[in-house]
Design a protein around this ligand. Structure first.
Ligand SMILES: Nc1ncnc2c1ncn2[C@@H]1O[C@H](COP(=O)(O)OS(=O)(=O)O)[C@@H](OP(=O)(O)O)[C@H]1O
Ligand SMILES: Nc1ncnc2c1ncn2[C@@H]1O[C@H](COP(=O)(O)OP(=O)(O)O)[C@@H](O)[C@H]1O
Length: 437
């Protein structure tokens, strides 16, 4: 990075906050304070600038602390997006754009009643009824759906499911009240650690920044009986199984329902830098997790940051890196999980070792060659690495000064020059479903 400002790599939760700040939903000062509160890395102090990056070191924005205690935020490169209903640009819009639209639609009067309904969990029938009651008389209803980049806990409805449920609620509300609400996806950290850090923004303030003049959280409108029934759902399932089966059978049925007997799998992407491995792998992992398949993403750059810190890019270091990824992925698969890995993995030998490790662990192995040609990867050059490699600043760069051995044993070959992300994800998902049986 040519910028001399110190860099701060943001977590998924912090990226959510950055997206909010860039969209005008929270102030740069609130972002600075939330990042400082989380205390997981250097953040510039007075009058210094910090370049905020994602895990792939893409410079996203420059955050500057100002003399008066305020802060400035300058966008640098667009944040990476993924696929899924929570990424649909028709609903994931900057707060300032939604606020302007709301002001235009609700009329110029200051006292226009714009109701923000926060959809934080899949709405029950209670909430669908409450939404109709609450919406009566409002000039405009905003359905605000907080969606986190980070995957939710296993077994809970994640961002894609929540957005689909919110669309259902919007249609229902439209049919029953005669007016369709405006549905908006709001980036919102999945972890309490950032969302509740000192100085962290409150969801109701964020709703106001999107144009809501009053806000209701739909789960507050569950009756006590419904709230209790929702909490008790897993227990209800266990009780029903125990009532139906004798003890030995009940144990087996419960175990099978938990997926403990399902075979695991390693989905291993390989391809040049910039070919689209991370983009497709990330979207695939989110969809699989949403399908209820416990999924672990081992992204190339993140692995390099944690598991393989200090390793270089000579042949031996790369093979060590790939072997480590294969080892962790095979442990995940051994326990019935799905590991999705996306390193360059340029050598056939290393890839074959990973296949063997996965299969020894009883898992399925799916090799996906992301075959996007060098010219396309180089033209994308999101991180500016190809330009630096061409200039001789990065030695041993794959495709330029270090070889990439094309796989001859790939289960799928996908060239993202002309295959959109959603279709690439679908192809891999279809293949995986078939091999898992
Ligand atoms: N010399 C050289 N060659 C290739 N790539 C380089 C190099 N130096 C740094 N980088 C960055 O590191 C990412 C590739 O790391 P991997 O762990 O996936 O590589 S490997 O599988 O060990 O070959 C790669 O990330 P992706 O672009 O996501 O593939 C680059 O950002
Ligand atoms: N169809 C596509 N599939 C994947 N990425 C694409 C596609 N079209 C354009 N891109 C862009 O190409 C870049 C691929 O980068 P990345 O996923 O990090 O690749 P890799 O992990 O292989 O280095 C991203 O900026 C992405 O938005």
């Amino acid at each position: 990075m040519t910028d001399s400002s110190p860099a701060r790599v943001l977590s998924d939760d912090e990226l959510d906050l950055l997206e909010l700040a860039l969209g005008g939903a929270i102030s740069p000062a609130a972002l600075a304070s939330a990042l400082a509160g989380a205390a997981v890395g250097p953040l510039g102090t007075s009058r210094t600038a910090t370049v905020l990056t994602d895990a792939e070191n893409t410079p996203l924005a420059r955050l500057t602390a100002q003399d008066d205690g305020g802060a400035g935020l300058e966008p640098l490169k667009p944040l990476a997006t993924a696929v899924g209903p929570q990424w649909d640009p028709a609903v994931r819009r900057p707060a300032r754009e939604v606020r302007a639209e709301v002001a235009g639609t609700a009329g110029p009067q200051e006292d226009a009643d714009v109701l923000g309904l926060l959809v934080t969990e899949a709405p029950t029938r209670d909430e669908a009824d409450a939404a109709v009651r609450l919406a009566a008389g409002a000039d405009l209803v905003l359905l605000l759906v907080p969606a986190a980049r980070r995957a939710p806990g296993h077994g809970t409805v994640g961002a894609p499911g929540l957005v689909r449920a919110a669309h259902g609620l919007a249609a229902d509300l439209g049919a029953r009240s005669g007016r369709r609400p405006v549905t908006v996806v709001v980036p919102w950290p999945g972890a309490a650690s950032v969302g509740t850090a000192p100085g962290a923004p409150a969801l109701t303030d964020v709703a106001a920044a999107y144009g809501a003049r009053r806000t209701e959280t739909l789960t507050d409108h569950r009756t006590p009986a419904t709230a209790q029934a929702v909490t008790a759902l897993p227990q209800v399932h266990d009780d029903a199984v125990r009532a139906l089966y004798p003890q030995a059978s009940a144990a087996e049925v419960t175990r099978a329902a938990g997926g403990a007997r399902r075979a695991g799998a390693v989905v291993f992407f390989t391809g040049l830098s910039g070919s689209g491995k991370s983009t497709v792998a990330r979207a695939l992992a989110a969809e699989l997790e949403d399908d209820g398949l416990g999924t672990t993403l081992l992204d190339g750059d993140e692995v390099r940051h944690h598991l393989s810190k200090g390793l270089g890019f000579d042949r031996e270091s790369r093979e060590t890196n790939v072997r480590r990824i294969g080892y962790v992925a095979s442990l995940v698969a051994r326990h019935g999980g799905i590991a999705v890995a996306a390193p360059i993995a340029p050598f056939a030998q290393g890839r074959a070792e990973v296949r063997a490790l996965a299969e020894q662990a009883g898992g399925r192995f799916v090799l996906v060659h992301v075959s996007t040609p060098l010219e396309v990867c180089e033209a994308r050059d999101r991180k500016g690495l190809y330009a630096r490699a061409r200039a001789g600043e990065i030695p041993d760069f794959t495709g330029i000064s270090s070889p990439y051995e094309e796989p001859t044993d790939a289960d799928l070959v996908i060239d993202t020059t002309d295959v959109p992300v959603a279709e690439a994800v679908e192809r891999v998902r279809r293949h995986l479903t078939a091999v898992l049986g």
